[in-house]
Ligand binder design. Structure first.
Ligand SMILES: [Zn+2]
Length: 380
């Protein structure tokens, strides 16, 4: 994964390139972005550039032995640390699982990791034992005589024991780099935070993300645009929405769903839910709700006279009708409603109950808004 092959917004890509070209790479850096964003990929690309044996202008060649080993996550001078459960012990004890997850998807988030190690509700942390392991890694000499890089994924999980790393972060051994890859810098120990150079990794503009999906993931243009739009620029979300091909006609599903909800007819609702869940589960439902969130954000844009992108003709017509009777408060409340639904899916609620309830609720909200709009038109 080289810097040009990562979905990054232009400004951060340029910032990273300037740093790499200058050869003046900070020894302690924090790469922070949205959960499921490109921060690990960015830190990894910088690590790769440092370890590449024939880097040009500070950028990795992508071909040498070192680059190959990095690509497979087996370079001896590239180490990783991440939160695990106390039953597992240290990152080393489950590195193979983490490596498998990252080789499949470098944009994986904490929920993916919890699922991969089957941690359920178990408590994750970066323990004192893990910190001793990290200290051991840092004091070791480089195997291949170049740099040595340690990437800490989710340093938010470093407890007060993390302060033991301060000295290494402040004065790392020669040619040693520590990269923290975080989603929530507020939760990082302030003593550590203040010693790092921050690289802020923002969401990727949807058009740019769609182009990346087409080019590097071989996704068809229409699906790439839908995935990029509903993910709101979060790479992992876009990739997930493409799993199982559920986004093939998510827009059509959504229109049918909202129409069914509007009827408030229990039989139609039950039929829709059964048919919808017949060939898909959690991810299909998540896509539907994500699309709902995206759709009402677009309705909001229409209401505010802004340009609406990535909506097909049929969906655009429907969104315009909605804009005819929804006001800003109802839209805001609908967006919060979809946000909650997306969270509820991850809490493993019964999908059938969740979708039925969501359909009834959506219909109720739309009908109330329509009634309110009609009565205010009549009274004015
Ligand atoms: Zn190389």
């Amino acid at each position: 994964m080289d810097i040009d092959h990562i979905p990054l917004s232009s400004s951060i890509r340029e910032e990273l390139k300037v740093v790499l070209n200058s050869g003046n790479i900070p020894h302690a850096s924090l790469f922070a972005g949205q959960d499921g964003g490109a921060q690990l990929a960015a830190a990894f690309a910088v690590a790769k550039s440092l370890l590449c044996i024939q880097a040009r202008e500070g950028l990795s060649c992508g071909e040498c032995q070192a680059c190959n080993k990095c690509q497979k996550l087996i370079h001896p001078d590239l180490s990783f640390s991440f939160p695990v459960t106390s039953t597992i012990g240290t990152s080393e004890d489950c590195f193979d699982k983490w490596r498998d997850l990252m080789l499949t998807n470098l944009y994986s988030n904490l929920s993916d990791w919890i699922e991969a190690i089957d941690a359920g509700n178990a408590y994750l942390n970066i323990s004192a034992r893990e910190i001793r392991r990290i200290e051991g890694l840092l004091s070791r000499k480089s195997f291949e005589g170049r740099a040595k890089v340690l990437i800490i994924w989710y340093p938010e999980f470093l407890g007060v024991e993390g302060n033991k790393l301060l000295k290494s972060i402040e004065e790392p051994p020669p040619n040693t780099y520590i990269f923290l890859v975080a989603t929530n810098s507020v939760k990082i120990l302030p003593t550590i935070l203040s010693r790092c150079r921050l690289f802020n990794i923002p969401r990727v503009p949807p058009k740019m993300l769609a182009k990346w999906l087409e080019e590097y993931k071989r996704v068809l243009p229409h699906s790439a645009l839908t995935a990029a739009a509903i993910s709101e620029g979060i790479v992992n979300e876009a990739l997930k929405s493409l799993e199982g091909d559920y986004n093939a006609d998510v827009a059509g599903d959504f229109i049918q769903w909202s129409r069914t909800s509007f009827t408030s007819d229990p039989i139609q609702i039950i039929d829709f839910v059964e048919l919808f869940l017949k060939d898909g589960g959690k991810e299909k439902c998540r896509n539907l709700f994500r699309y709902g969130l995206f759709y009402f954000n677009q309705v909001n844009r229409i209401l505010n006279g802004l340009i609406v992108e990535n909506l097909s003709g049929k969906v655009h017509g429907s969104a315009q009708k909605m804009a005819g009777f929804l006001d800003l408060n109802s839209i805001e409340s609908l967006c919060r409603f979809f946000d909650r639904l997306i969270i509820q899916i991850d809490r493993n609620a019964s999908l059938k109950i969740l979708l039925t309830h969501a359909t009834i609720q959506l219909g109720r909200r739309l009908r109330i808004a329509l009634k309110r709009s009609r009565s205010s038109t009549a009274s004015s």
